[in-house]
Design a protein around this ligand. Structure first.
Ligand code: AHG
Ligand code: MN
Ligand code: MN
Length: 317
């Protein structure tokens, strides 16, 4: 086991992702799956740093133009998952239907993922990420509370992987050998925000959300918004004092973000760190998906602020 220089020159041993999962008593199949996703991220981060920033010439099921990186990241992750030997079904934000890998293999996992969230930010050199939601078995149309694991990889100045299996939230960093080693375990959030990340057009906010933002500003809560869901949520999680929202808009009652690929995994992580995640009226993780490209309004972060947002929204009804 490799020693590394910790704070104040003290040496400390780097715990790698596989060892940490093992010591936490995770199922071998889930350990293998999470480590395969971590392995895929090495190729994704490499393609971001060096790859073609051009357009793929295709569009996804939302009619959004796919960037070469979206397609490449999707292919990298899909191939890894299909070959992992522990996956039944896959659904990706970038493809048009569920991919049946081995639907009848028992004891397996099914995965919903966004291979590269915020991909349009790469050509302005802002941080982007991969978001993954994992269920036991072959059904993916389940409420988020049925997830057995959720994780994201953040491709920023450093590459970090943050996961939960329902036993707290843990952060790993990619070292110079491209191994993920433990940075922080059991990350916890406080009850009140000091930063807020407001998605969507402010001029299209409904009265309740508008009053909520004015209250945050009156309380001196600072605006921190990059336009990338993964870095924006990561900042709130790591600082422990923030709220992110992409609300229902007057011209989009379901907001923009996707329940299966973005909101369920982020909600699981934030709740496991002591925060809350709501669609403005109900807990995200209780929502039963109707179709795999469901969208939902999203308020996520310190629980007092999520509760305040819900109160303002109730008043507008
Ligand atoms: P994706 O790149 O996967 O389509 O997702 C981008 C999302 C998310 O990263 C971010 O919170 C949101 O788009 C920003 O949307 P706006 O540009 O409308 O603010
Ligand atoms: Mn996305
Ligand atoms: Mn995406």
């Amino acid at each position: 086991m490799e020693a590394s220089v910790g704070e104040a020159g003290k040496t400390k041993f780097q715990i790698d992702l596989r060892r940490y999962l093992r010591e936490d008593g995770e199922d071998e199949g889930l350990i293998h799956l999470i480590c395969e996703i971590a392995e895929a991220s090495k190729y994704i981060v490499n393609s971001i740093r060096t790859g073609d920033l051009g357009v793929a010439g295709t569009s996804n099921l939302y009619g959004e133009q796919q960037l070469a990186l979206d397609v490449l990241s999707d292919r990298i992750l899909r191939k890894r998952l299909a070959k992992s030997g522990v996956v039944s079904n896959i659904v990706s934000e970038e493809t048009n239907d569920i991919i049946f890998v081995a639907p009848h293999r028992t004891g397996n996992y099914s995965v919903a993922y966004d291979p590269l969230d915020g991909s349009s930010l790469v050509d302005v050199n802002l941080a982007v990420g991969t978001i993954v939601s994992i269920y036991k078995g072959s059904d993916l149309m389940l409420p988020g509370k049925k997830q057995v694991a959720a994780l994201y990889i953040l491709y920023g100045p450093r590459t970090t992987l943050v996961y939960t299996t329902g036993k707290g939230v843990h952060e790993f960093g990619m070292n110079q050998l491209m191994e993920y080693t433990l940075l922080r375990r059991n990350i916890r959030m406080e009850s009140k925000a000091s930063i807020y990340a407001p998605g969507g057009l402010r001029s299209l906010y409904t009265p309740g959300t508008d009053k909520f933002v004015r209250q945050l500003e009156a309380d001196g809560v600072k605006l921190r918004y990059s336009g990338g869901l993964v870095p924006d949520i990561n900042q709130i999680l790591m600082k422990g004092k923030g709220i992110f929202f992409y609300p229902h808009l007057r011209n989009a009652s379901e907001g923009k973000l996707r329940l299966l690929f973005e909101l369920n995994p982020m909600a699981f992580l934030i709740e496991q760190a002591g925060g809350a995640a709501s669609n403005g009226r109900q807990r995200i993780l209780d929502m039963v998906p109707q179709k795999f490209d469901d969208r939902s309004p999203f308020f996520c972060g310190c629980h007092e602020d999520v509760e305040r947002a819900e109160a303002f929204i109730r008043e507008e009804e």
